[in-house]
Each structure stands twice: as C-alpha cells, then as structure tokens.
Design a protein around this ligand. Structure first.
Ligand code: F6P
Length: 550
C-alpha cells in the first residue's frame, strides 16, 4: 500500500494524520489532562483481567478518529478476518497464519483450504498433556529408571525465546522437583554451562526446531547427545531426547525416534509458536492445567481482537499509537518495562516478535516501502532499568514511548516491597508525562534551602521536558491466564502494524544472508582453504583469527 505505486502522501488517511500531526506536535499532555477531567477514563480499556490506560499519549479524539480511519483504509477488519479464516496471508511463503488456532478453546472449526486444522491441534495437545504428566509424575523415566527432573530446551529464536520467557514468567507455578534450562547460543559456553549443572540420568532434552535445520540447534543437540551417550550409552537416547518440529524426516535423520516427536505445522510461525508443542517445557514445568489456562488467556485476547470494534480494541489502539509516534513523530524506538521480575525475558521475546516480524522494507505488493517500519524494541524489568536507561527516557533528546506493565499483586509479597515497586511504576508514567518545568525545579530547590545562585545554576539541569508517552498495562497478577492475554495482545499489535505498513509480518528473509555467509566462512576457519572472496576487512579478520587460534 505504501510502495512506490501509491505514494504515502497520496493516501488520504495518511495525509490527514500528517497535517493533524502539525497541530498536535506541541500540545502538552499536562494541559489536555487539566482541561479534560474525563480523559483518563475515556482513554482506558478494561477487560475483566486487565486494564490498559493509554491516556498518557499525545492524542485527542481527532487523533484516534484519524488513526482508525487509516486502519480502515488499510482494510484492517478484513485482514483480521482473513487471518482467523486461515487465508494464506503469509504471501511470500504462501502459508496461512494460524497461531490463533492453537489456542482456539471453543474448538470451532478453522480451515485451511477447506480442511479443519483443529483435530490435528487437539491430538498434539493430548500428546503434550500425556507426556508432560508422565514426566511430572515419574511415569516416563530416564534410561536407568530415575525421574527426569532437569528439562533442557534446545532451540533458538522462536524455539527458545517464547518458552524461556513463559517458563520464567510462571516460575512460581513450577513443580517443586523440576528445573528448567535453555540452550540456544552456538557459543559452547551455553552448552557447557548447562551440562555442568545437570546429570545425565535425570535429564530430558527437548530439541525444538521448526525446520530442524538450524545450525545452532542441531550442533547443540549433537553435543548434548554425545554427552548423554558417553555417560549412558546409545540406548539411552530414546529415554532422554524428544523433538518438536514440523520436519519428521530431519528428526529421524538426526536420530530421534519420530514416536518421540511432537508435531507442529507450517501455519505456525516460529516466533508465534509457544502455544504449540514448542511450549512442551512450559507444560512440563507448570502442568498441563496451567498451560491450558495460558491458552485460554490468549484465546480471550483473540476473541477481543476479532470481535471488538476498533476504537475499543486493545491491540489495535496500541498498534495505531505506535504508528502515530513512529511514522509521524519520528520516534523510532519503544521500551517495554515490566514491573515484575518474572517477566524479565519479555523484552527479549518482544524483540524477536516485533523486529523479526516487521523489520522489513518491501511491501506485500513487492514495492519499496516509503515509511518507517519496525521500531527498535528494548526494555527490562523495573525498577532495575530506572537506574540504567531511564535517564535518557526522561531527559534524552530522543523520545521513547513505553509500555509499563504492572501486576497489582506480587507472587512475593515481602514486607512493603511490592508497594514500593508499584509506586515506582506509577511514578515513572506520571513523571514522563508531567515532567518538571525550569521554574518548578528552581522553586523546589529554593524551598529545600538551596542558595539562590546555586538554584539558578542548576535549574535547567534539574528540569524535565515531560510530555513523553506511556501506556500502563495493569493486571491483578501475572498468572498463566494473564500471561496468555499479554503475549497474544503483543502478537496482534504486531500484526496490526504490519497491516498498516502492508508488510508480510510472518516471514523472516532478513536472517538468511548472514547465515549463508557464515556457512561459507566456516570451512575457511576450519582448514587452510581460502579462495572465497571477501571484502578486505572480513578477509583480514579471517586471517587474524586463524593466526590467533594457531
Ligand atoms: O532467526 C531465524 C529463525 O528462522 C526464526 O524465525 C526462528 O524462530 C529461528 O530461526 C529458529 O528456527 P527453527 O525453529 O526452525 O530452528
């Protein structure tokens, strides 16, 4: 839509927003709050289990109306429908996109080319249930009869970040005797550090790879397999290795019995796969009932996304706000700050979800895109990050809109810790929005007894520009259900952004070139082979590394 064929400026909804931006760019949120006592209530969406307050944004009713007009002009409702109907919206790979089917708790038929995918999904869910319970209750045991208490997930990208984030988020729900580990990086340190902590007799490896061709995962899996065989012999493999993949042929080739394989499908993107058997480690750690609650939470968000009108639709509103800042205010990054230590891996998970989905430059029409696409996403758990990058959030020259994620109740209500944490979470949103004028800074110092000259000298340093946007996403508690809602909310938000930019959010061709080049450099590092033509810098670096490793 925004390729060279139809220039952005010719799109009416877009140009309406561009001129509206000129009116809004200097409007202060402080003033909008002062003038409108209903603002906080109006720009807030409440579901039973969550509240999204988006009132601290540089918007008014016109902004929202124009943003939603843009969404409609980009055929968002039709595209949401197409996704849920199993149409092949991943057009570059000619695939349907049906992570929503994985958590379709109503079990209503969802078809691809007339074939209902639900029976297959339900069969794998039943297999996950049986296997996870057998491991948890000691029915499926290791080669020497010992209970499998160390569960090691070997995978990378979507086969790692989702399960790792969810397992950590739900740590309080883990079975008492089970420990979870993750090996993703090809760096031998990742493998060694885990293998040094576990013993072969009690360890189950889950090799997760959609394609089962990913070099990091296969190399790590081979190393772990050798470690196991060295300790327990070849016969132990079937009791200690299972695979999750779409590629049975490669699983068998690797030496894992396909009986021990959990299937998923090409209509599930890697970064959208934690709801499938890729989430096996989640089910083992927290139990199938909790895994299912996570699916139910995601399903609630799916239904909200599918059926709620755009103006009250959480993923739609969040996505359109992010388009507003990115494409009109030129704010190119976004921070996600969970005030819950258990959500520490959420920013890393979202980096893949958002940046691998939408970090693209060619539209669905095959044209060069003329607007800015994926934001740079980063973040970390509050309050830690208040003491690192928040200086820039408050006083830097770059404005970074942020999501502040807040559970009202902690899993660890220790003394007054959680109230202090909550106070900080709310304070950050308020401070970012209100700021502090130079005069306020001066008066404050004078009231505190600072001499006039000193207060004058420091007043600008101690002022805060404010007017910096944030959304507050409030839950009662982070539990399996609300985690499901939260993750599904971000998945759909990402999808909506892709629709506006006319991007295929479900392929990831941008990761291929580096992989290809690594494969051509590898033999050079391993032997005296040369002859591959590099740029001068890379060629020199290859030589220097070889010299250092001699
Ligand atoms: O980084 C590219 C990518 O294909 C991701 O999209 C994916 O999540 C990851 O590699 C792992 O792929 P696989 O699950 O096939 O091993």
């Amino acid at each position: 839509m925004f390729g060279t064929k139809k220039e952005i400026s010719k799109n009416k909804a877009w140009s309406k927003l561009a001129s509206h931006y000129k009116k809004m760019r200097d409007v202060e949120m402080r003033e909008m709050f002062a003038k409108d006592p209903q603002r906080a209530e109006r720009y807030c969406i409440n579901l039973d289990a969550m509240t999204v307050d988006y009132s601290k944004n540089r918007i008014n009713d016109h902004t929202l109306a124009y943003l939603l007009t843009l969404a409609r002009a980009c055929k968002l409702p039709e595209k949401i429908d197409a996704m849920f109907k199993g149409e092949r919206i991943n057009q570059t790979e000619n695939r349907a996109v049906l992570h929503v089917a994985l958590r379709n708790r109503e079990n209503s038929p969802i078809c691809i080319d007339g074939k209902n995918v639900m029976p297959e999904i339900n069969a794998v869910l039943a297999k996950i249930k049986k296997f996870s319970e057998d491991v948890r209750y000691g029915k499926f045991v290791g080669h020497t009869g010992k209970k499998l208490v160390n569960i090691v997930n070997i995978g990378i990208g979507g086969s790692d970040l989702g399960p790792k984030m969810a397992v950590e988020a739900l740590r309080k729900y883990w079975a008492k005797d089970i420990n979870c580990y993750f090996i993703s990086n090809i760096d031998g340190t990742a493998c060694n550090e885990v293998l040094n902590k576990v013993n072969p007799e009690e360890t189950l490896f889950i090799v997760c790879s959609k394609t089962f061709t990913t070099i990091e995962t296969l190399t790590n899996a081979r190393t772990c397999r050798k470690w196991l065989i060295d300790a327990l012999g070849e016969h132990a493999v079937s009791k200690h290795f299972v695979a999750v993949s779409t590629n049975a042929k490669e699983v068998a080739k690797f030496g894992i019995d396909t009986e021990n394989m959990f299937e998923f499908w090409d209509f599930v993107g890697g970064r959208y796969s934690m709801w499938s058997a890729i989430g096996l480690i989640i089910a083992i750690a927290v139990g199938m009932d909790n895994f299912e609650k996570m699916l139910e939470g995601a399903h609630e968000m799916d239904m909200h996304f599918k059926y709620t009108e755009l103006s009250k639709n959480i993923p739609v509103i969040l996505a359109m706000l992010s388009i507003w800042y990115n494409d009109f205010f030129n704010m190119r990054s976004a921070a996600v700050i969970p005030y819950d230590q258990y959500l520490g891996y959420l920013p890393a998970y979202l980096q893949q979800l958002v940046m691998e989905s939408n970090g693209k430059f060619i539209s669905n029409e095959g044209e060069y895109i003329k607007c800015s696409t994926s934001l740079v996403v980063f973040g970390g758990a509050g309050t830690d990050v208040q003491h690192s990058f928040f200086q820039m959030m408050h006083q830097g020259m770059t404005i970074i809109p942020c999501d502040i994620i807040v559970p009202a109740i902690s899993h660890n209500e220790v003394g007054e810790h959680h109230e202090i944490l909550l106070a900080n979470a709310l304070a950050q949103g308020e401070a970012l929005m209100k700021g502090k004028t130079v005069k306020e800074a001066y008066d404050e110092m004078r009231r505190a007894g600072k001499p006039k000259e000193e207060a004058k000298r420091l007043k600008k340093y101690k002022s805060f520009p404010g007017n910096r946007p944030s959304n507050t996403i409030l839950f009662k508690k982070i539990d399996p259900y609300t985690l499901g809602m939260l993750v599904a909310m971000y998945e759909h938000k990402t999808f909506v952004e892709g629709v506006i930019w006319d991007i295929d959010s479900f392929d990831q061709m941008g990761v291929e070139l580096g992989k290809q080049m690594a494969l051509s450099i590898l033999p050079e590092l391993q032997s005296n082979a040369s002859g591959i033509r590099h740029d001068a810098s890379t060629g020199n670096l290859v030589k220097m590394i070889k010299r250092m490793r001699k």
